[in-house]
Design a binder for this molecule. Structure first.
Ligand code: ADP
Length: 320
């Protein structure tokens, strides 16, 4: 079966503007390829600034890509006309860390959930209240809350409303951009369980973005690890968690709490910061922070391409 979404060589460079422009573009995403299958969750993990949100936004065309291809359900998202794009926007939704930041605080949440249905004319007006009630129930909220306002909700409830808003237009694919990062751990688990249940019942596909591998592993079937705008490792969740091959993945994993004391990992603390995305180094972008014992001159001169190591894709000269 063809994947629902196929992204090939996605590039997004931001040009610096204004009085203090440095001249060099920020290479936020620098040649990224991946697929998301039907009913699958692909996790996208990496530290802040690695390009995760930019990937999410460009594949939805909320930001224009600099290059590459994204084919969603057989349609090339980057080359499609306005009308097709409008129809696709309904199928491809996004939920954010704080779903209310872009909302009118004076709009009752029932109206907020109904908005997408009204814009896309998905239901006769008379049916909308019943549909909204159904959506609120589906995300675990009491339908009587429809008349309440954003400030009356807890963080977890707000995220449930954000999910209901996305579901209102019956999407097949949702970009989840750090959806639980602002929530307490116990609430995080509830929202992740909800997303999982919805995936099962509705056959949804997710691109699940988070900086925290401990969160990403809970929901993802496969995981792509991003470093400075490139994927350094991509494999099944088991492969990434049980036998990470890229030293950056190993460092991320070493920070994930392990409940079983027999399996405690030694924490790898990375020194320094990643290089600037407007002046990436010629070789491996991770070389300056790498602790690999066989690190050598090739790492700082030749950019490692992805290759298959232990069944997954890794971009490291020394993996395997
Ligand atoms: P992440 O989601 O992993 O934190 P982002 O995709 O937000 O990373 O950012 C990747 C890089 O692109 C960062 O260096 C960020 O500063 C830069 N960037 C993101 N959005 C813009 C923008 N609108 N204009 C200029 N640079 C941007």
């Amino acid at each position: 079966m063809t994947p629902l979404l196929e992204v090939t060589d996605l590039v997004k460079h931001y040009l610096s503007r204004g009085l203090f422009r440095a001249g060099l573009p920020t290479r936020a995403v620098d040649g990224v390829s991946f697929e998301v299958g039907r009913g699958e969750t692909l996790g996208l993990v990496g530290e802040s600034g690695s390009g995760k949100s930019t990937i999410g936004r460009t594949i939805l065309r909320l930001d224009e890509p600099t290059g590459g291809r994204a084919v969603f359900d057989g349609v090339n998202v980057f080359e499609t006309d306005r009308e097709t794009l409008r129809a696709m926007r309904r199928k491809m939704q996004i939920i954010f860390q704080d779903p209310f930041s872009s909302l009118n605080p004076r709009m009752a949440i029932g109206s907020a959930v109904a908005e997408g249905m009204e814009i896309h004319r998905l239901a006769p007006k008379a049916e909308i209240p019943e549909r909204v009630a159904g959506l609120l129930r589906e995300v675990g909220l009491d339908p009587s809350l429809a008349t309440r306002y954003p400030h009356e909700f807890s963080g977890g409830q707000r995220q449930r409303v954000g999910i209901a808003r996305a579901l209102a237009v019956s999407p097949t694919f949702i970009v989840c951009d750090e959806p639980v990062s602002a929530l307490d751990v116990s609430v995080q688990a509830q929202v992740i369980n909800l997303l999982r249940d919805l995936q099962e019942h509705r056959g949804l596909s997710y691109l699940f973005i988070a900086h925290d591998l401990a969160v990403v592993r809970q929901i993802s079937h496969r995981i792509a690890v991003l470093y400075l705008g490139r994927i350094v490792e991509l494999g099944t969740t088991d492969q990434i968690i049980e036998s990470p091959q890229h030293p950056y993945t190993q460092a991320l994993l070493s920070a994930v709490p392990e409940p079983d004391p027999r399996r405690q990992r030694t924490r790898i603390v990375l020194r320094g910061d990643p290089p600037s995305p407007s002046a990436p180094p010629p070789g491996c972008a991770f070389a300056g922070r790498c602790f690999h014992s066989s690190k050598n001159a090739r790492c700082t001169s030749e950019r490692p391409e992805q290759r298959t190591v232990a069944g997954r894709q890794v971009a490291c000269h020394h993996a395997g």
